[in-house]
Every structure is written in C-alpha cells, then in structure tokens.
Design a protein around this ligand. Structure first.
Ligand code: PMV
Length: 326
C-alpha cells in the first residue's frame, strides 16, 4: 500500500497495523510551524477489530483514563461504539517513538475500512484530530507519519519532495511531503524513562515565549532545513553534524535529561551524530551509525543501559490479515 492508495472497504473482523516514528529533525519547533523530518520506523502497533456488545480494549471495558484515544477514534469513524479491539505493540509507551499515534492510525485504518474505506489524506486529518483532542497540544507529525510511512517532511517546502496532503486545526496548517529515502539504517535507544508529551510541549512553548524565543525558533528551523537537505542528498557526515546541532538546541530549551546525555555520549564514538527524539525529558535518542559500525553502536547503547532498536523505514498504516483466532 502506498500513500496514494485509499484504505479499501473490508467487513469485520478487520485488522490493521501502523508504524511508530522517529523524529530526525525539528520536534517541538514543528508545533509552531517550523520544518520537521520524521521517519516511520519498522516497529508496529497492530489491532484487530471485531463486532461485540460493548466497546472493549483487550477484553476490558473502554476506560478513557487508561486509553483516551479509543472512544474518540470510534466516534470519529462515525461508527456505533460496539467493538472488541485487540491491540498489540512492539513500541514502548511514552518513549518518544509514537506509540499513541501508531495506535490511533492502526485503529482508524481498521475502522475506516469497516466503514466503507477512507482516503489517506482524510485518514491523516482524522488521526491528527483524535490525538490532538486527547493531548490538547501538538503537531500532526506523529500521526501523519504513521499514516504515510517512510520519510516525511512537514512545512519544509517543495524542495523536500512532492506534496502528500495538508493537515490542520483551526487556522494552523501543516504541509506534508514525501522525502526521498537515503537507504540508511538508524539506531534508536529507549532510556526507560517515561514522560508526558503534553507537559514537555507546554514547557517548551513557555520557553519560546521569552525574549530570545523567536531567535531560538529560527535556529531550530535552520537546523531542520540543513538536516533535510543533507538527508535527501545522502550526505551522511553533514546529517551527523546537524543531528548534534539539533540536540544542542533541544538541550537549551530544557528537554534533555542526564540519562539522554549519557546515552548520546556512549553512542558518539560509533555514530556520526545523535540527538534526543520526540518530546524529550526522558524517552529515546536517535543516532546515525558510522558506516559499518551499527552493531558496535547497538552494543554501546545496550551497555549504557538503554533498549536499542536498529530501525529502517516502514510503510504507512495498512490492512493486514486478521489472525485466524479473531
Ligand atoms: O514524544 P512524542 O513521540 O510524543 O513526539 C512529540 C513531538 C513534539 O514535536 C514534541 C510534539 C508534536 O506534537 O509535534
């Protein structure tokens, strides 16, 4: 399935999966409209949706405190709220790897299919609205990447690739483009520290209200632009430099953490560059291995106490065969 293809109609039970994501450049600043580059990673959330007499998640009655996305996703699909949803994920939660976006995208893909099919731009918009309603703040970067797959830019202009769609809320709009795949493997590493995206976004937002905020925002945009040019032109060394510059800015706005600094230090001998990825304050880092040193990089991160995942691009949210037992 490619980004141009709509999700086709499918009767229940229906199963879908959607990838997590890793932000390579531009998190936080993207909330204010700056450019971002995101990679959909081959760690998925899969759901199976079956008819039921009430709304259930993994056999339990739906509980908005435990999963604030389920009810709104069902409502957004215009469906009667009587489904049994089974979800499994390889993505650690609250780790900066887009687990909530992957859940929303997988579930909305399955419900969209059960509701007669859905075009991909409409699916991306729907997923953004569901996540935004639950989190109160944020950009469409995570949900749109989970829907689109591969390398995706937001607000990076026509040179970054062909337009996929625009996504928005009120007067805010983000332009989403397909960036070329340089064919590299990346390594993400989870620190084990869970944190709230919404709290980190609010803290950075307050930081950017200070007098030097506009200058900082311009630096975020300039790093993201340079990083996107470097990735799309396949300039590994330059990407490494821009990753480290982006991390320095994230540290400056207060979203690094001593554990993340230690992981980056452990990674750097085997990496061209590394940065925190996602909201920060814990969560994960991403590093670009030096050519031929990926295994060493993974070992270094594991020795430093993280959970490393070698990742490459994944295709976007898609229907899959339900397991035979569904
Ligand atoms: O940590 P995550 O996976 O929730 O990513 C958050 C990315 C931010 O730019 C900080 C917020 C956003 O919605 O874009």
């Amino acid at each position: 399935m490619t980004e141009q293809e709509a999700v086709p109609a499918r009767p229940l039970p229906v199963s879908a999966r959607a990838p997590g994501k890793c932000i390579l450049f531009g998190e936080h600043a993207v909330v204010r409209g700056s450019p971002e580059l995101v990679l959909a990673v081959d760690l998925h959330t899969q759901v199976v949706v079956s008819p039921a007499d009430a709304l259930r998640l993994n056999g339990e009655p739906a509980d908005p405190d435990r999963n604030p996305y389920l009810g709104p996703a069902v409502a957004a699909a215009g469906a009667e709220s009587r489904f049994d949803v089974r979800a499994v994920s390889r993505l650690p939660r609250a780790a900066g790897l887009g687990s909530s976006a992957a859940f929303v995208a997988a579930l909305s893909t399955a419900l969209g299919a059960a509701g007669g099919g859905i075009a991909r731009p409409a699916l991306a918009q729907r997923c953004f609205e569901i996540e935004r309603a639950a989190q109160g703040v944020g950009s469409p970067g995570d949900t749109t990447t989970s829907v689109a797959g591969g390398y995706v830019t937001l607000n990076a202009g026509p040179a970054s690739g062909p337009l996929l769609w625009t996504v928005g809320a009120g007067s805010e709009r983000w332009e989403v483009r397909r960036a070329v795949d340089p064919g590299w493997d990346w390594v993400v590493a989870y620190s084990g520290i869970r944190r709230s995206t919404a709290e980190a976004v609010r803290a950075v937002s307050a930081r950017l209200e200070r007098p030097d905020g506009p200058a900082l925002l311009e630096q975020f945009a300039s790093v993201a632009r340079a990083g996107i040019v470097a990735v799309t032109s396949g300039d590994r060394e330059e990407v490494g430099r821009q990753l480290s510059r982006n991390h320095a800015l994230l540290r400056e706005v207060g979203v690094s953490h001593p554990r993340l600094e230690a992981l980056i230090e452990a990674a750097l001998p085997a990496a061209l560059g590394a940065k925190l990825t996602g909201a920060g304050r814990g969560g994960s880092i991403v590093a670009l291995p030096r050519p031929g040193r990926e295994v060493e990089l993974v070992r270094r991160l594991a020795r430093a106490g993280a959970v490393p995942f070698p990742v490459g691009p994944a295709s976007g949210a898609e229907l899959v065969e339900p397991p035979r037992s569904a």
